[in-house]
Design a protein. Sequence first.
Lengths: 387, 345
Amino acid sequence: MKVLSSLFSKAFRVLSMIILLVVLVISGCNGPQSSAGKSDENLSPKGIVRYAHGFNILDQGNGTYRLLIFNPETPKEVFFSCTLVPKSNDFKSNNDELTLQVPIDSVAVFSATQLSSMAILNQLDRVVGVSEARYITNPIMKQRIEEGKAVELGNNGAFFVERTLALHPQVIFYSPYQLNEAHPLAASHQIMIPFLDFLETNPLGRAEWIKFTALFFGQLPKADSLFNTMVQSYDSLKKLAASVDYRPTVMSDKYFADQWYVPGGQSYMAMMIADAGGDYIWRDDPHNASIPLNLETVLSKASHADFWRIVGSYEGDPSYEKLGSENEFYSHFDAFKNRKVLFCDSRKTGYFEQGPLQPQVQLADLIHAFHPELLPDYKPVYYKLIP
Amino acid sequence: MSTTGNRTLWMAVVGLFILVLFAANLWYGSVWLAWRDVWGILTGNPLVDRVSQVIVLQYRLPQSVTALAVGMALSVAGLLLQTTFGNPLAGPSVLGISSGASFGVALVLLFGGATGVYLVSNDWLYRDFLMVVAALAGALTVLSVIVFVSSRIGHAVTVLIIGIMIGYLVSAAVGTMQFYSSSQDLQAYVLWGLGSFSKTSLSQALGLLLGILLTSASAFWFIRPLNALLLGESYARSTGFNTRVVQRSLILISGILIALGTAFTGPIAFIGLAVPHLARTFFNTSNHRVLLPAVLLIGAALSLLCNLIARLPGWDSSLPINAVTSVIGAPIVIWVIIKGRSYGK
């Protein structure tokens, strides 16, 4: 019995340890998320960025601009800054801040969205380095890689350091998961500039990063006018959808390896669904990143949702048979039964490449699905109901 | 606790625990259900709402059966390996058998697209089936290497070390494959590696349970040689057992148990290592006539308990099962090492 009682007391201690650990994990999960900064007050009034929180551009006159990138963890803190000067301009820097002469001749671009903005701005001929070359879809870029004019400098988060040092592009744009992590190239003289569009939770804010890219190639006016057109059409669509009486409920994403990741209530997708006149099931959630949920949680909360939004990819066309065969639980959702699954084929539409630069098109797609009467003759681009 | 009657009583108590934990696994989860509804669902009352029925019958029930079965399989495998190799720290992952299964799964998940095995069908069930077959093939391949080596060398500790080395080799191969695979495939593999009891349908789970019970039952055939092995290979030989045949049979049985468990759920940490020690301490014996049923029962109970904790009743999300089994298993193993006397008494 002595052994038994000591076993029970040990077991009790182990159990209380677990409970403590679980509580710690949970409180960590629900802790305050870094809300993207609203730190306009510490900037000069000439800051020309309107929606994005991760960077700002200060007009210094004479075609000279100062670029500030903010630390997403502590939004008021400038993480990186530099001054961009036209090549023609005889600019003398009065501090030791990095000064770059634009247009930059050779860059490495690791973000697919940024590559798309380079394509829009007709600057792909300056790209000499990429990452994950096999996923690149732009034909011009593919040809440059084939011809050896651009080479792969990274894959799966790993850097090909020696190849990069040998190539030595003037600037490398990279998208770190951890901003504070020392970069393998930090010790060399390679200029590394973080590109953080994916942290923006406002659809227009994410698209506004085209200005960031444009700045390095003297294309700011073009980017500015493109962006203004985008904002106008987004706003007018949003106004159109604001008039609706009925907002259909919307659930999102699929069950994947034991977790159902759904966009947080303050995320990009949540905002877009709301702007399109939809009622996102998790709109009250406080997170701006995706949250992992239990299958039974999603079943009980979303089984009666009107629409189900999925971004994915199938061989051939998507169908309810293919979707249903992935998981027997899917057929229990009303949106599945009523054939209201809104599917975006990420590969065929280039959702991850061009999607972020076309928030107005994504919005129109959603409005067309939720409220077809508002856009009767519209042909959706990204999101289509599975027939 | 030394008398047989007492032991039977305690077995019954653990058995009762299993029933309670199984019921709790059906009752508690992220979604709150009244026990009356759960009971109604189990007894086929059609009035309970459909979503609750799906949650209990298609989600919680198969998950609980899988947890029960895998807990049994890994615990029995752990006991057999510890006795066969005369090493208290032997367990499913130590011999490289789990790594072998992981290698098979990695081949499917990381290279499935590239090697064209998905060309036949992109169906989810088909992929799951492939994963199970691959895990079994991987585990049994490593196992046959170990059996072959053990037939040449014979010495248990050498075989154990070779098993660990095979584990490293396989991990290196998997690591290299991970480096060259797409991030989506990588995510699938990493998530599989975290372990999960909820990938099985009810019929799969019941089939798994049956297979594991049958394989475990074959271990009862070896109770006398197992007890003899405790006193050393030469003693076992002197009592008339062909130790080589016995050891190889035991390795084969534990290998099949581990492969069955791992293929369906991913590698589950620590249960196979910790439960035999719990059983020895709890029942204060090293007689396998007691230990074999004891590890079956305690393994099932511990696994159900871990699953219940991992599900975080009341919260919207759940923890990976391995996080929980490790937190429970690691202290037990440390405690065993510090006490240093529960093995081989």
